[in-house]
Design a protein around this ligand. Structure first.
Ligand code: SF4
Length: 399
């Protein structure tokens, strides 16, 4: 563990260097956890399935946002067998709004593997868990420790931040060598024989410490920290200098024009490609760039629709990890589809597009939260009697 000698007297820094090398005991941490742990639904019955589901939901998502989803998901799919046999539209709909849909696709795939290869029982070791789709080192360690009591450190951004402050680590926490040092450090805490039966609680205590006390963005609550007496950054008065993080690349900006189409009591949705961002999910038809009214009309006509009225919708923005969508939109009132050559030709020419009723679009299709602003507008629309679905039926278009 390398500590740069800077500014506050070499003796003191040397003393803190030595202190930082010794991982603290988990005793004070567990006592703090017993008093202060967060009440979370998945902690009531930490079965392997519950821990797994909650950890996957919590990736990239706030605890408060996850609680409701977690309870709805479990009510519909209460065990691994139910998840493994659930149809795609059911589990995607349960995930609607949580984002990062590859998480639920992998949950479903992994449930199938557990049913087929492990007789429906979740494997117990972190090594086996890591072989399942969507389960990386952090999630494997969290399940192995919380559900099965293994001494596996669940190393995520919270633990790296705690480690960087406890040891006043001057290197970037993104460096593989620092991650390895942090893993060894917390493994030593977990392996202490005095509390070897509480490995899951230690990991959860560290999760809570990172979420409620050793906060990110330079604002740790050291006065409430059970490890303050062992913390090098705190002793040096330099809590805000850690963790050292690499400079972030700016996100790529993509402009889009989104079309909320209403023809009678029907709309048109588009299925995204099976790979890449929001893979396989449904979206409102959209085009790259911010289209002016003429370009927007041309886009609608290319879908085989005759636009009757275009109303500009307010701009909206959605931020992904590496990309920002800057969107504009149009509400389109359209007339009938021109299907002189029949439904099959229309579908062949408009691959990935589906005609659907307004209500069905809301109840059956999973539209990602990236389109939230336009989805809210869509939900406010009321169809009239002039329906492209009725026209479609007359012309035998599947919808
Ligand atoms: S003493 Fe402060 S900086 Fe150190 S681990 Fe505790 S909360 Fe974080």
């Amino acid at each position: 563990m390398q500590i740069r000698k800077a500014g506050r007297g070499e003796d003191k820094i040397d003393r803190e260097t030595e202190k930082a090398k010794v991982p603290p005991s988990g005793k004070k941490l567990l006592a703090w956890y017993d008093e202060n742990k967060r009440i979370l639904p998945w902690r009531e019955d930490p079965s392997p399935y519950h821990v797994w589901l909650s950890e996957i939901m919590l990736q990239q998502t706030r605890v408060e946002a996850v609680k409701g989803y977690y309870e709805r998901f479990l009510a519909a799919l209460p065990d691994i067998a139910a998840l493994a046999s659930a149809p795609e539209d059911v589990y995607l709909k349960l995930w609607e709004g949580l984002g990062y849909y590859s998480r639920v696709r992998n949950l479903h795939k992994a449930a199938g593997v557990i049913m087929e290869e492990y007789g429906g029982r979740m494997p117990e070791t972190a090594k086996e868990l890591r072989t399942l789709p969507g389960i990386g080192p952090y999630t494997a360690a969290a399940i192995a420790s919380i559900a099965f009591g293994a001494a596996e450190p669940a190393l995520d951004g919270n633990l790296l931040r705690i480690f960087a402050r406890m040891t006043a680590c001057e290197e970037s926490v993104a460096a593989p060598i620092v991650k390895k040092q942090a893993e060894d450090y917390f493994r030593a805490v977990l392996q202490n024989a005095a509390h070897a039966d509480r490995c899951g609680d230690i990991n959860q205590a560290l999760m809570d410490l990172g979420a409620t006390v050793c906060l990110p963005n330079g604002a740790p609550q050291c006065a409430s920290c059970p490890w303050a007496g062992n913390c090098a950054a705190h002793s040096l008065g330099r809590e805000r200098s850690f963790p050292v993080t690499p400079e972030k690349k700016p996100r790529r900006i993509e402009e889009l024009t989104v079309f909320v189409i209403l023809a009678g009591s029907s709309t048109i949705l588009h299925k995204r490609p099976e790979r890449g961002l929001l893979a396989g999910l449904y979206e409102f038809p959209n085009a790259a760039g911010h289209l002016d009214r003429n370009e927007a009309e041309a886009f609608v006509r290319a879908l085989g629709l005759r636009p009757l009225k275009l109303t500009a919708l307010p701009p909206a923005k959605h931020i992904f990890t590496h990309i920002e969508w800057h969107m504009t939109g149009y509400e389109v009132r359209a007339d009938e589809l021109e299907l002189s050559d029949g439904a099959e030709k229309w579908h062949a020419e408009h691959q990935g597009y589906s005609i659907t009723g307004l209500r069905e679009a809301q109840e059956k299709y999973s539209i990602p939260s990236a389109f939230r602003a336009y989805y809210d507008h869509f939900r406010s629309l009321r169809g009239d009697d002039h329906s492209i679905v009725r026209l479609a039926r007359r012309r035998r278009i599947p919808n």
